[in-house]
Design a protein around this ligand. Structure first.
Ligand code: MCA
Ligand code: AMP
Length: 492
């Protein structure tokens, strides 16, 4: 947001900023709504935001940024154990939620502040509150957000994302995508991750443009918004897969996509088959960008570059990217489209640390400050990066969500019907990968059903972490050291 837009009486104040369904805010209304909320939370240490896909979440995060207090977006579908962990780890002093929302017991101890966006407009009483917010010690290193992300084992870690990372990644994307205040973005992503919140909400606001959120992703909403003036679409590959599936029977969708200035996919690899189907039906090529919670955005196919399916484009301005050999420090020099190395990155787009996890933070960086992404890639002769896999087999990407096998195994082991458990990912046309649980039942005569285990994991962790397939086996395959050999877990 520029100052002119933020000033409720300034020249940009009438421009649309946010729209969720039939509720919307101009820049003036956003400033008038977020400023008093910012003043209310300015003294808080960290604040949790009950991050439903609503106007309230966007206002709450803008208020936190205005106040200079770090926000911890919470997945409203998180189960008790996941929420309990995030709350005890991030220790917020209060939780912001839409009025009337019922919060779960894990948040009962927190002071609650309602995000009231009902009385908007420059003449509403809300504008009377002081807008003098932001502690004097605010610097580019001040944390903006703490976003929880899964690792291979243990509970999710909180990535501390400073203000300079948010600003530099959004400005680098503006350069790569020729993203301006005239753009109108449409998306239906959740607002508790980097993709939907930082790129999808803060991105348009930083440019002075606007965003129309669909509430939940549906191809009909994409058709409507792109037909009514939206210029860009952000989605995960599952969403583009569903678009590709729908296109043959939906000429209005094809026409709407053909009008878009930019169709962007990220969070996981978009299969070439889906790229091609969309290009054939619409004449438009989806471009991919590659990022991570810890690094925000690293590479992208540029709006003025050659779209190339199966690649994530070139490093963004300001981002240093190298591939390294197995030792994790020797750089791969080849640009031959063949030599595989781990992607490591350095730059102002990076997070600061994992909250309360100095050892995990240290392990994530090389001695000279490169962040180890764990993603394996090759580089084409002209520098385009192609991601070919991942170092850790225990990380699963399903629907664009990163999910650690270890946290699901731990949750499964808490079920009385489970004696041993291993979790793997297997290819899925819609989700990219689906979660598969391999269970040694406590009682082989009455093993727990897939629905029972899915509900159990959804209740404890989150619905997207639930196993979609369950295999009952007599014993887990182990090597001489007793380690589970996941590669031997295939069903035939
Ligand atoms: C089903 N449901 C259940 C259960 N079974 N709920 C509780 N217990 C159960 N046993 C519910 C679900 O909650 C959901 O509810 C509905 O049934 C359908 O669930 P599902 O099939 O899992 O999901 P979907 O609706 O088909 O979702 C596909 C999706 C979603 C829309 C593509 O996966 C999604 O939004 N993905 C986006 C992930 C993302 O933003 N990743 C960014 C992180 P209901 O219908 O009410 O929802 S990566 C990132 O940020 C980096 C930086 C990057 O590069 O971008
Ligand atoms: P997360 O930790 O949820 O932020 O997910 C980050 C991971 O998503 C990266 O380490 C990659 O493995 C994956 N990812 C993001 N964008 C892409 C993309 N365009 N193509 C392939 N993988 C991607």
């Amino acid at each position: 947001m520029t100052e002119a837009q933020a000033d409720p009486d300034g020249p940009g104040a009438q421009r649309p900023a946010l729209r969720f369904g039939d509720r919307s805010l101009t820049y003036g209304e956003l400033a008038a709504t977020a400023s008093p909320l910012a003043a209310r939370v300015a003294e808080a240490g960290r604040i949790a935001v009950w991050a439903t896909p609503t106007l309230e979440t966007a206002v709450a995060v803008v208020a936190a940024l205005l106040a200079g207090v770090p926000a911890v977006p919470l997945n409203p579908k998180s189960g008790e154990s996941e929420l309990g962990h995030i709350v005890s780890d991030s220790a917020p002093t209060l939780v912001l939620a839409a009025p009337g929302t019922q919060l779960p017991p894990a948040l009962a101890a927190l002071e609650r502040v309602d995000i009231d966006v009902r009385g908007t407009g420059a003449s509403s009483p809300a504008t009377g509150a002081p807008a003098t917010v932001g502690p004097s010690g605010l610097t580019p290193e001040t944390p903006a957000l703490v976003v929880y992300t899964s690792g291979t084992t243990g509970p999710p870690k909180g990535a501390v994302i400073p203000r300079r990372a948010v600003a530099t990644t959004l400005d680098a994307l503006a350069d790569a995508w020729q993203w301006t205040g005239d753009d109108v973005l449409v998306h239906g992503l959740p607002l508790f991750h980097v993709h939907g919140l930082i790129l999808g909400i803060l991105g348009p606001l930083r440019r002075g443009g606007s965003v129309r959120h669909l509430g939940r992703f549906e191809t009909a909403g994409v058709t409507r918004e792109l037909s009514e003036g939206a210029t860009m679409l952000f989605g995960v590959p599952t969403m583009y897969h569903r678009i590709a599936e729908t296109l043959p029977d939906d000429p209005a969708l094809a026409k709407a996509l053909a009008r878009a200035r930019l169709l962007v996919s990220g969070s996981a690899a978009l299969p070439v088959h889906d790229h091609e189907r969309i290009a054939e039906a619409t004449g438009r090529r989806v471009i991919e960008r590659y990022g991570m919670t810890e690094t925000l955005m690293n590479t992208s196919v540029r709006a003025d570059g050659e779209p190339r399916a199966g690649t994530v484009g070139v490093p963004l301005p300001g981002v240093e990217l190298r591939l390294t050999e197995e030792d994790g420090t020797t750089a791969v020099e080849a640009y031959d489209g063949e030599t595989v190395g781990e992607i490591q990155v350095r730059g102002p787009n990076l997070f600061t640390e994992y909250l309360n996890r100095p050892e995990a933070t240290a392990a994530a960086f090389t001695e000279d400050g490169w962040f180890r992404t764990g993603d394996m890639a090759v580089r084409d002769p002209d520098g385009y990066v192609r991601i070919v896999g991942r170092k850790a087999t225990d990380l699963i990407k399903s629907g664009g969500y990163k999910i650690g096998a270890g946290e699901i195994e731990n949750a499964l082991l808490e079920h009385p019907g489970v004696r041993e458990a291993a979790v793997t990912g297997e290819p899925d046309a819609d989700l990219g990968e689906r979660i598969v649980a391999w269970i040694v039942p406590a009682d082989p005569q009455s093993p727990p059903s897939v629905d029972e285990l899915a509900d159990h994991v959804a209740r404890r962790l989150a619905p997207h972490k639930r196993p979609r397939v369950v295999h009952h086996i007599d014993a887990l395959p182990r090597n001489d050291m007793g380690k589970i050999m996941k590669r031997a877990l295939t069903h035939d």
